[in-house]
Design a binder for this molecule. Sequence first.
Ligand code: JFZ
Length: 582
Amino acid sequence: MALKRSLHCALCAAAAAAFSLPAAQAPPDLATQQALRNFDEMKFGMFIHWGLYAIPAGEWKGRYVRGIGEWIMFRERIPVKEYEQLAAQFNPVKFNGEEWAQLAREAGMRYLVITSKHHDGFAMFKSNASKYNIVDATPYGRDPMKDLSAACARRGIRFGFYYSQDQDWHEAGGRGNDWDFPKERDAQPYLENKVFPQVKEILSNYGKLGLIWFDTPGLLSLEQVTSLRGMVKRLQPDCLLNSRIGHNMGDYTQTADNAIPIQVYTQDGKWEVPATLNDTWGYKKSDNNWKDPRDLIAKLADITSKGGNYLLNVGPTAEGVIPKPSQDILRTIGKWLAVNGESIYGTGPSPFHFPDITWRATVMPGRIYLHILNWPGPKLRLRGLESEVKRAYFLANKAAVPFTREGDGIDFELPAKPVDRFNSVLVLELADPTPRVARSFRADQMPRRLDLFAWVARLRGEEVRYDWKTRSATNFKRFAQESNMLLWYPYKSLDGSYELEITYACDDSAAGGKFRLAAQQRGAPARSFVEGVIEGTQGKFVTKKLSGKLEVRPQTETITFSLLEEKSEAVKLRKITLIRSL
Ligand code: JFZ
């Protein structure tokens, strides 16, 4: 129980921090503004979680450990003295910085962020501030970050470091380790002796850094975070800082892990979605729940069209190898980008809101790219575009697409089969440099009936699955232990009282379980929720109205779907619909 409670608290602090917005007080300085523009153009980056946790790889003393792999020390309450011994075994002889950077390049990734020090406190670079580092404490005895940063520079890939500034389970002054150290902690000596010197090292010894990715801020004071930010900007004025530095001191916003805003989100500046290819960040040998490249390619278009960047993670093994399935997935995405990159890199977000999951849109001066993610059949109807369309053609093969204006929309005549099996990009050449869109279709106007599709939700928990064929999420196992659930992130786009519909399918034999739809606000213990019972539908998709209303406010962080009883874990949830009360 104690274990559970403190894990929960650690995650709470992390979750609260993820929603802090970038410093809005003063406009960013010129160096930061320019860096943000470059960052916005890149769209797609590689995240790498690599550390000692790759040795146990999700198993401790022969037992499987649930949860993300890099948290194993915390989950198992492994004493520092015991965990430290992993360093003596760490010998990634197969590491090759050129290969990693080359993979990022082939994937079409424009930047790369790697863990310099994760919560376990072990530095994956040569550090004079702490002997607990890869050069001084392992048989490997070399600094892989030297090779990797140089290999990235050679390929024009922006290089950045992840650094866990607050949590450090190896130090008494770091947050998180209450099994070795007293609960009372003095962060200042830890900051002065480890964090500040190490952050100075990573800023001084690896060339220009595109960004430093801080994480799970939690408990550092405003003064402490201010000095951390000041130090970074003095050493490298155009090094960006993410919002997980804490106290709104970041240059751009991090969403929660794998969390994508439901609609276009631009009013708080630039943001980035960190996401996994399976269910862990650090390597876990049993985790083979690989995401479908189709899903990742579609998510890249989804995120870009909403104004964000996508940071996709790989977890190399203790030998220094990026798992083959990860490599294959990334190269598949890279092939799509090699043909369709024009519709992603350097584009602006959609001028439209999204009525469903058929398409997404990105823009360049004089053109709209329609990313067709779910093939609609022989006709695609786009409503609300007032600009004259001069020409429409597929980016992949330049084949012209006939279209006619009809009422408030344009009907495009599509071929029988998608041009690309993942995302067929339709280019619209406009008479206007900036698309003119009728007011009620604009990105900042939500329709009265708004569908929240399962595909747009974050799937939380190791068991929940999304099925492209039925366009639904299922397998809500472990409802009590791990809160397997779907979460949607409205990011200020909703305000009001909403009636609800739910579209799902359930075999009669699995019917009867209670479910809950909830809207949760930051810092507010009371939340609005509506409950219902999953009724049998003989396996067919049906839409049912719920009784009760959901209160959603601009500051609502998440709308969630969860099952309260095991019974109906096989329910297939396609979407919930919010209908704004007048
Ligand atoms: C953090 C780390 O604890 C984790 O190990 C990994 O490095 C990940 C990228 O970041 O985990 C978080 C941080 C924030 C949230 C969730 C997990 N959040 O805000 O929801």
